[in-house]
Design a protein around this ligand. Structure first.
Ligand SMILES: [Fe+2]
Length: 190
């Protein structure tokens, strides 16, 4: 994608105004002031969609906030395949202590965890059972199943993504409805 970059301090006043509104709103909602130092300005043609992706490249802070102008859109979240199938641990290994709502065999995994907590299983037994359970499951061919659909109702719609693991454990996509949509997204690059 061809992009054009301008230092944020030299950006048009309207962009700096939006940055100020996003900082103010995030501060009120989260009780902490984000140090946004980047703004992505992306235009979407009518009915264009942005496919499944994460905003969490290395060095991006835990708060991402955006404001939309123009058409309505729906932002959908799904679990990253690694976490859906029980992986996501170090080096792609099993994530024994990360059982996310909606992951495959969630109930069975929680039952195993309960046995670990109660002392019925020791750590080794728990890990063996966890591995066996995960090896026995049939992974669906399409793992991009939305677990949250978040409406963005046109001009002024404001979105805050917060949490260091949100853009690691989950992916999101945006479906634009009708007219063109401009999105201004503030992030913190460390
Ligand atoms: Fe995104």
């Amino acid at each position: 994608m061809k992009t054009q970059t301008t230092p944020l301090d030299d950006a048009p006043e309207v962009l700096r105004t939006v940055k100020g509104i996003l900082i103010e709103t995030v501060s009120q909602v989260l009780g902490r002031t984000p140090q946004f130092n980047e703004m992505l300005c992306i235009g979407n043609y009518p009915n264009m969609s942005m496919g499944w992706h994460q905003d969490g490249e290395r060095g991006v802070g835990p708060v991402v906030s955006s404001m939309s102008f123009g058409g309505e859109a729906v932002m959908k979240f799904c679990m990253h395949k690694k976490y859906l199938v029980g992986r996501g641990g170090k080096g792609g290994g099993y994530a024994y202590d990360t059982i996310l709502p909606g992951c495959l065999e969630e109930e069975a995994k929680r039952a195993l965890m309960a046995k670990l907590v109660s002392g019925e299983y020791n750590e080794k037994q728990y890990r063996e059972q966890f591995k066996a359970l995960m090896n026995s499951i049939k992974v669906p061919s399409n793992t991009k199943k939305p677990i949250l659909e978040f409406p963005l109702p046109g001009t002024g719609a404001l979105m805050i993504q917060f949490g260091p693991s949100l853009n690691k454990r989950y992916e999101h996509m945006v479906e634009n409805k009708g007219i063109a949509r401009l999105v201004l997204t503030c992030r913190t690059l460390e």
